[in-house]
Ligand binder design. Sequence first.
Ligand code: LUZ
Ligand code: MOS
Length: 763
Amino acid sequence: MNNIDAKTHVRGQSIYLDDIPVIQGTLYAACFDSPMAHGVIKQLDISIAEQSKGVIKVITYKNIMGENQIGGIIPDEPLLAEHHVHFCGMPIALVIAETDEDARAAVKKIKVDIDPLPIITDARAAAAKGELIVPPRKFKLGDTTKAWNECAYIFEGTTETNGQEHLYIETQGAYAVPQENNSIKIYSSTQGPTAVQKTVSKVTGLAMHQIEIDVTRLGGGFGGKEDQANTWAALCAVAAHILKRPVKYALHRMEDMRMTGKRHPYSSDFRIGLNKDLKIMAYEATFYQNAGAAADLSSAVLERTLFHCTNSYYIPNVTATAYSCRTNLPPNTAFRGFGGPQGMFVIEAAIAKAADKLGIDKTVIQQKNLLQTDNELPYGQKLVSEAHECWNKADELYNIDKIKNDVENFNKKNNLYKKGMALMPICFGISFTNTMMNHARSLVHVYSDGSVNISTGAVEMGQGVNTKILQVAAQIFSINPNKIKINTTNTFRIANTSPSAASATADLNGKATLIACTEILNRLKQLTAEELKVDVTSIQLKNEKIIVDGKETELDWQKLVMLAFTKRVSLSEHAHYATPEIYFDKTKEKGHPFAYHVYGTAIITTTIDCLRGTYEVDSVKVVHDFGSSINKAIDLGQIEGGIVQGIGWMTMEEIIYDKDGKLRSNALSTYKVPDIYSVPKEMIIHFLHTDKDNLAIFKSKAVGEPPLMYGIGAYFALCDAIKAFNPSADIKFDAPMTPEKVLLNLYKKNSIAVSGVPIAHQV
Ligand code: LUZ
Ligand code: MOS
């Protein structure tokens, strides 16, 4: 089935926040944000701005009627700065004017005098000063201290992964419209309508039942709108509540890039030990997460780093420690993979280092250590499926040795172009790691004409979740999909939602929809049994026909629905789904946090131009475990998009803050994202159909985040190509591998010391 949004998307008719027709009297907001990364506000002068053309009011923290607090997990983030500023881009004041242009012109007339305080931009520097967002977390399996003695080889090193700008095509924004009796309706470009509702409740002092959040769809989220859509909605709500007029704020791209957090950069240490047979016996990793100036979702992201620190490998002895470090950068936040990719990069780097020092192929160590059924992960969950299934299938379909030989042959024949290859297996846990978030609701109405309207907590952000939910209902009722409409996501229809995140949205909301539809279906069958005087078990609804004992009856869907209506049978249902089986004990750091895991293996080949350092990704060949995909077109789109986004993170997207904490890569001229020319020349995705029992909706496994991590393979494929040209290059694990870094590595002599990187030693 096609994505139900396809037609309006290509015709430009889909409605995003900025497309909502504005109500007469709407005002426009613009933010004045801190020009300094850390300091004490001595004086804030808004007087000239207040007199500026079209300005209605300039709002500061003093005008906030509720709490000046938007921290979700930890209350450590004011909506508007009071006396301190903690990062460049921190909102200080909000100008409300008759037009967008007037508001932004007035922002420029605000003056602030800030007494500077020391600025920390580096995670390790923050940790050294004890600037931690939460106490460190430690996951342990076996006993690494003992295990080192069993290792024939031990290697250690340091890795860096940079952040990543979400670059959702639709920037952040909100539109708050006052309603009767002090209520507010807010249109928000958010992944988490309930998070917006709660935040608005806090800052306005209104109860949640007075605050309606409505979301039609987003032009992308990628995690950037899981928590950080709250700010703009809260600012608009405060203004609308004070002025009793609608207030809208849609951020410009540079405002968005400057003021919002990104993927967390990590700086990490690893130590890996292998026995003579190249089995990894021990692994220690320490992660320093750059959280930025406030907690946001950092503690949850940190946790997922630990969950995925051994990726697809079984390692019997693991000690992993993670620090969330407070710096003077915008608070970093959820981003597709949610700390998982950062953890996986480190183990891949450790294996790469071991392979390099031992003079063998990285793939040999990878393959020898792949997870097997019943292996225990460092957090205690045992696996029921196999990671090596995807690897083996990839070998069978694509022939790893042949690809390797082709790369070698090419490299023998070419001096100025070199190819490299890498494999990237993945194993990603599906469920919010915070068990209490794994539930959802669905409200299904069947109208008397037989048409169906469904509301859930799922937010459509281009990932196709609405199409999947529609398919669930169409399948349960066995009716034409064009009889079904998926409604906007609205906190007055569906309450207490978890954000659309963690790849779990279709599972959670799809299952709730399945339960609601089944309930209605059962009522309709019961009615049919009474009406036709047949046994309820003999009744089937198929293609809008009512079948009894395999024979068509006179009843069809439409007639039966009308009959139910006249017989006063309820045609509506509100259902709740909570993921069974999952739990996690944080005091022991053990449990069964995930409903299931998603597996896959990618083979990535790259070609570098050894004169210029530029490169292309030639090919990405994947075997991905979809379970039983309910929508191959949508799932393929998620895989391809995820791969390109992952490659972008690993190769070209480079966020640069200067030492004053100012974002230098603050526009698309200085921050390079993949375009059509940087997409791999070939992407082959094999759908591995697995029919094992799992908790996915119709066994169609979650697909949102896992494919991003295939992109990590591009980094190591580039390293492989560099080595083909400069075998002695001691490549620092420092992503992204930009063309500049490739060039430096191509001509770097081994003897050049790389500062801060411990030299590997062999025991
Ligand atoms: N968000 C969240 C997530 O709050 N918890 C999670 O475990 C998660 N995982 C992936 C992406 N977003
Ligand atoms: Mo996300 S990183 O699933 O909002």
